[in-house]
Design a protein around this ligand. Sequence first.
Ligand SMILES: O=P(O)(O)O[C@@H]1[C@@H](OP(=O)(O)O)[C@H](OP(=O)(O)O)[C@H](O)[C@H](OP(=O)(O)O)[C@H]1OP(=O)(O)O
Ligand SMILES: Nc1ncnc2c1ncn2[C@@H]1O[C@H](COP(=O)(O)OP(=O)(O)O)[C@@H](O)[C@H]1O
Length: 282
Amino acid sequence: MLKVPDHQVAGHQAGGGKLGPLVDDSGHFYKPLQSDERGSHEVAFYTAFSTDTRIPDQFRKFFPVFHGTKLLEASDGSGLYPHLALEDIVSGRTNPCILDAKIGARTWYPQAAEDYLQKCLKKDRETACLELGFRISGLQVYGNKLTGLWKPDRHVIQSSSVEDSKLALRKFISSNPSTDSDIKPDCSFASTVYGGPDGILAQLLVLKSWFEEQTFYHFYSCSVLMVYDKESILQGENRGAQIKLVDFAHVIDGRGVIDHNFLGGLCSLIKMITDIVTSSST
Ligand SMILES: O=P(O)(O)O[C@@H]1[C@@H](OP(=O)(O)O)[C@H](OP(=O)(O)O)[C@H](O)[C@H](OP(=O)(O)O)[C@H]1OP(=O)(O)O
Ligand SMILES: Nc1ncnc2c1ncn2[C@@H]1O[C@H](COP(=O)(O)OP(=O)(O)O)[C@@H](O)[C@H]1O
């Protein structure tokens, strides 16, 4: 059975007669091909990447598994429409906490059309992107049974300042996330979610080591999605926190050059998370 995802934090969303992603109960996330060249571009990336033998498994694991494209009934009721069939990253997680960080000070690629470039530049300027090297595109944090889900308006979150972005990264691993500025995030899951040998920080460092070397692809407007659920952590289950890259509509050939735009943003995100782990352990 196809349905609108319960847990999507950014991007184009289904519902209200709009075209957006769907999920099934077998762990698939179906992203409708975007109009214009973005949809075909993303299909071309996934197709090339999934058979690219230059990508070691230790880095490939940061990408959703690609199951080809599928014609499905579109969420906007317009009939059969092509969708990317992807691994659903949040499938099987109860009350997942999710954060989407769009990486790179610059979200437009060098060959982009002038109007697209201007649109992106405006967003990059109006958010912390230029200063920080990334922006938080959306997040949701499950507090506890009593407080439920905290999911701030994504446009408010996107326009976070540098300080607000730091705060959001702290709220993401707290048991008391709230919009109320009087409530100080307790960062009680910092060491288990961000820290540790398999935590988000360790995974980001592995990803960084690939970006320090790889010159095959440049990832513009691509996000790091961080996911965990508190029940699994509290019950000591081995399904811990996970990072994945999503959104490849603007990936271009790296032409033998380091993706310094992505790498810089990633380093900035790593530094912020490192500071949170360090300050929470003292
Ligand atoms: O449609 P909008 O206004 O929600 O904008 C999309 C953005 O959503 P936002 O509202 O900024 O969170 C969206 O941003 P997120 O993925 O939500 O961070 C993209 O920038 C998208 O452009 P593209 O598909 O990457 O070329 C943007 O799509 P287009 O406007 O280019 O279609
Ligand atoms: N493979 C996936 N599994 C689960 N959720 C996903 C997956 N890909 C994307 N998402 C969700 O959809 C959101 C938007 O994805 P994205 O590919 O950036 O869409 P858009 O191109 O519309 O911006 C992400 O923030 C995340 O919440």
